[in-house]
Design a protein around this ligand. Structure first.
Ligand code: HEM
Ligand SMILES: Nc1nc2c(c(=O)[nH]1)N[C@H]1C(S)=C(S)[C@@H](COP(=O)(O)O)O[C@H]1N2
Ligand SMILES: [Mo]
Length: 394
């Protein structure tokens, strides 16, 4: 039955031979770099970078919007810095790999006959979400870290759903190509002329070198010894007040006046035996604790600093919060997605989770969250709330 319909299909394409014009002609693509071998090699490299990128991106999503079954520990303190750094750098390195791969295989889009059967049709159709999704992911990711928002949707939502669609299509694609890939790479490479060999080497080394340059000129946004090379990174770890970059400034958050109000109080309320209102002097009179912790932004940059302030768990004890309390941390910032973050019980009770009054032995600069900011181990930067005015205990 299947055989018969495949024969019918072959017959049909035979009668449509006259449609083979332009790129559909046999031998329309002359470059010797469009080989199965190069397609397979670049496919494997992309498969690895996309898998790391998907796993670390998904992790970042779970940390910020945890479902009931997910718990993100507060230790090791620098883990998120590594996973999100990996996300952004594998994403950036994927750009030259993806462009190289698409160039190597695009003649196959004009293969003849276009469809040989049902499975082949499914495989061909899955290329649409795969290619569109991949390009969409690297483009939106790149625009996001460059602080350019030309699209009219909320970046993480679009990027998140595109990731699922792309990875779904990627699994279909790997399923369809795995046999061919192992076959092509398993046998000895076909003989090449000297000219063929040098153009293959030049092509693959250009892709490798471009990936290397992308990495070298951005990774300094988190690896401080390389910070001077980070010419393509939008944030340099050593540039900003108090040796620390600023993402949202006090002016941008519209807190310049409220943050300097002498009547400032930190409120601790919710599920507590003794609700509190603490002035800055009250906070300074409590036991101070110092911790060396990174700010690790979702955008991939990160910087370590020395923070000093009051432990959240000490404040919870004074207010009489339950042992397993979780805490909502609210900012003076009147509006915006990042004006509040949640501390899970593990994070709220970590000895290094602080409401900081100082950074690098200086009173906090207003752009870093004066009068008071949250800083804790192993948290995305977006969850290190600045200009804190309230702890809501649950
Ligand atoms: C140039 C390439 C890429 C860059 C620069 C990039 C950058 C980012 C950034 C900055 C975030 C954090 C968003 C936020 O929470 O505000 C993110 C999240 C994420 N990325 Fe990427 N990304 C890239 C490619 C990819 C690729 C190829 C995949 C999948 C294969 C992917 C999957 C995800 C997922 C699932 C999230 C979580 C989204 C959420 O929190 O809802 N990214 N990415
Ligand atoms: N209230 C408030 N806190 C915030 C933000 C914000 O927009 N509003 N941005 C967060 C982000 S995205 C990061 S990376 C860190 C950066 O802290 P820094 O500006 O002191 O380096 O602050 C976080 N705290
Ligand atoms: Mo951030």
């Amino acid at each position: 039955m299947v055989r018969k319909s495949e024969r019918d299909l072959a017959h049909l394409w035979g009668r449509l031979e006259k449609l083979r014009q332009g790129p559909l002609r046999a031998g329309a693509f002359r470059s010797e770099l469009h080989t199965q071998r190069i397609g397979a090699l670049l496919g494997i490299a992309l498969g690895v970078s996309f898998s790391i990128c998907f796993a670390t991106g998904l992790l970042s999503h779970l940390i910020q919007q945890p479902p009931a079954w997910f718990e993100w520990p507060s230790r090791p303190a620098g883990l998120y810095r590594i996973t999100q750094g990996l996300h952004v750098f594998t994403g950036l390195v994927s750009i030259p790999l993806l462009l190289g791969k698409l160039w190597a295989v695009y003649p196959r889009l004009w293969m003849w006959p276009p469809i040989t059967g049902l499975l082949h049709l499914v495989e061909r159709v899955s290329l649409v979400p795969l290619v569109a999704g991949s390009l969409f992911l690297v483009a939106t990711g790149l625009f996001n870290i460059a602080y350019w928002y030309p699209f009219g949707f909320f970046f993480p939502t679009g990027h998140y759903w595109a990731a699922w669609i792309t990875v779904g299509a990627l699994i279909v694609h790997i399923g369809a190509k795995i046999v061919l890939t192992t076959k092509v790479l398993g046998r000895a490479a076909p003989p090449e002329t000297t000219a063929q060999r040098s153009s293959r080497r030049a092509f693959l080394s250009t892709i490798a070198a471009t990936s290397g340059v992308v990495l070298l000129t951005t990774v300094g946004e988190t690896l401080r010894p390389l910070s001077r090379l980070a010419v393509l990174a939008p944030r340099r770890p050593d540039f900003g007040p108090q040796d620390l970059p600023v993402n949202k400034s006090a002016a941008g958050a519209r807190v310049l006046e409220v943050a300097r109000d002498p009547g400032y109080r930190l409120a601790i309320e919710g599920n507590v035996a003794r609700p509190l209102q603490l002035s800055l002097d009250d906070l300074r009179a409590l036991a101070q604790h110092e911790a060396r912790l990174p700010i690790a932004c979702v955008e991939g940059w990160s910087v370590e600093a020395t923070w000093r302030g009051v432990r959240v768990r000490d404040l919870l004890a004074v207010a009489g919060a339950p042992d397993e309390a979780s805490v909502g941390v609210e900012s003076l910032q009147p509006s915006g997605l990042y004006r509040r973050s949640e501390l899970s019980p593990a994070h709220a009770h970590d000895r290094d989770t602080l409401l900081a009054l100082e950074v690098n032995r200086m009173p906090l600069h207003i752009d870093h969250g004066f009068p008071l900011r949250l800083i804790g181990p192993n948290r995305p930067g977006v969850m290190q709330t600045k200009w804190v005015s309230k702890l809501v205990v649950a």
